[in-house]
Design a binder for this molecule. Structure first.
Ligand SMILES: Cc1cc2nc3c(=O)[nH]c(=O)nc-3n(C[C@H](O)[C@H](O)[C@H](O)COP(=O)(O)OP(=O)(O)OC[C@H]3O[C@@H](n4cnc5c(N)ncnc54)[C@H](O)[C@@H]3O)c2cc1C
Length: 405
């Protein structure tokens, strides 16, 4: 049973609520088995899997409705498999199949077929579908509510305090707030001070035709960017740059965009005659690439970007988020303690993460930028091998051990 304040009814999307009309309650006893904080990819995936196993789950998401998020919106083969298993049909949502990867640096570009099926889909469409699937699975979804703090009570319950002072308690929490850290549970600072931008463009028809079914990775000093088609004939340009290079562009998007095009004429060609579709780019700062959480506390399973942050050029963050959600659910159902789960997840992700970081460092090197496209033209297989090596660990490599409680 769950008790809610009358004034909160409109923000809650579930048909399972029992309402108590008292205005003095602000601490609300709940008997949820699991509280999920964050309703993005990882949080929704975990909540759907738990609800389908008959567990009572509440998911708290701070945005009232899905919105555009920083993301290249590339869905790798593993992500597509996981989404399919969750009941998400990306084709019906308008996903665009992606068959090729192109690497462009300076004046050269090289192309290779992707060694796995892939697609692109806007995060807005994906997150909308995931939240709907969670509600259909019986998850109590509270939207437009932000978690401010999370702490352990003396009776070993996790207590989340929301922005209006209301609290939620459960013995188990899945922390899935993505890029946003909760006070007391922060990830380490990002020494490179990465900044990411995303902008949608309507490309000129000839450029849109050239880009069709390809994901293009572009290299420039201090970072890299990706452009690919998403549904509705739109292209997503998503790029990252270290703060010190952005400072050189006066910390202004227009200057930085002009500089990227100067350093990478391939991008200038793609954007010739393109119309920007957002009033300003979506931006975030401080992305702790390469981070993998070492351990956790009892009852606190960290998933998605809160568990691991893979370099963006791999286009594998969504897949990692889905993978960590699936592993955490398996661990929880097998009564594996969260600290053990977190340590085992770390070792299962370590190799891919280090390879991805190594490759990202290579992309950032001026000599590599000069010779890479040339080498890839001679030996395009390298691109396929790199794409394979930086994929997230396959499900079989993580197996929970049941622990008697
Ligand atoms: C520049 C860039 C490009 C990328 N491109 C790709 C790509 O092409 N393909 C790919 O697979 N991955 C990509 N990624 C990575 C991918 O976006 C993330 O790894 C993935 O979204 C992580 O999922 P998540 O569920 O952890 O977080 P999210 O999907 O971000 O979800 C977190 C949710 O928590 C909510 N939230 C946050 N704080 C609170 C709070 N206090 N209370 C309640 N709710 C809260 C947020 O509103 C959000 O909905 C990219 C990342 C970056 C930075």
């Amino acid at each position: 049973m769950k008790y809610l304040l009358k004034s909160q009814q409109s923000t809650i999307e579930s048909n399972k609520e029992i309402t108590v009309t008292t205005s003095t309650l602000n601490r609300i006893p709940v008997q949820d088995e699991v509280l999920i904080l964050g309703g993005g990819v990882a949080g929704c995936a975990a909540s759907i899997a738990l609800a389908r196993k008959g567990r009572s789950v509440t998911l708290i998401e701070r945005e009232p409705t899905p919105r555009h998020k920083i993301c290249g919106e590339f869905l790798s083969g593993e992500a597509l498999e996981d989404l399919h298993a969750l009941g998400i049909d990306v084709a019906s949502l308008g996903a665009v199949p992606i068959h090729y990867v192109r690497l462009a640096a300076a004046r050269r570009a090289a192309e290779a077929p992707l060694p796995f099926p892939a697609a692109s889909l806007t995060r807005k469409a994906l997150d909308t579908a995931l939240i709907a699937e969670a509600i259909a699975a019986g998850v109590r979804v509270e939207r437009g509510r932000s978690v401010e703090t999370l702490q352990l009570t003396p009776n070993n319950l996790w207590q989340a305090t929301l922005d209006d002072g209301v609290t939620r308690e459960a013995p188990t929490v899945f922390l899935a707030t993505g890029k946003h850290d909760l006070r007391g549970h922060a990830r380490p600072k990002d020494p490179e001070r990465w900044v990411a931008f995303k902008m949608y463009f309507r490309l000129a028809p000839a450029q849109a035709a050239e880009l069709a079914r390809a994901s293009e990775l572009m290299l420039y000093p201090g970072g890299y960017g990706g452009i690919q088609p998403v549904q509705g004939g739109i292209a997503n340009l998503c790029c990252v740059v270290q703060q010190r290079y952005l400072s050189g562009a006066g910390n202004r998007w227009q200057n930085f965009l002009a500089r990227m095009q100067r350093d990478c004429p391939h991008l200038a060609m793609r954007l010739a005659g393109a119309e920007p579709l957002l009033a300003k780019p979506i931006a975030i700062t401080h992305i702790p690439y390469g981070y993998i959480r070492r351990t956790s506390e009892n009852g606190l399973y960290c998933i998605g970007d809160q568990a691991a942050v893979i370099p963006s050029f791999t286009g594998d963050g969504i897949s990692v988020a889905l993978h960590t959600a699936r592993c955490a659910v398996a661990a929880y159902l097998a009564a594996e303690p969260a600290p053990l789960f977190q340590a085992k997840l770390r070792s299962s992700l370590l190799t891919q993460m280090r390879l991805a970081e190594f490759a990202a460092d290579g992309l950032n090197n001026s000599l590599a930028r000069a010779v890479l496209p040339f080498c890839l033209r001679v030996w395009p297989g390298v691109m396929r091998v790199t794409a394979r090596l930086t994929r997230v660990t396959q499900p079989a490599s993580y197996a929970p051990h049941a622990v008697a409680s």
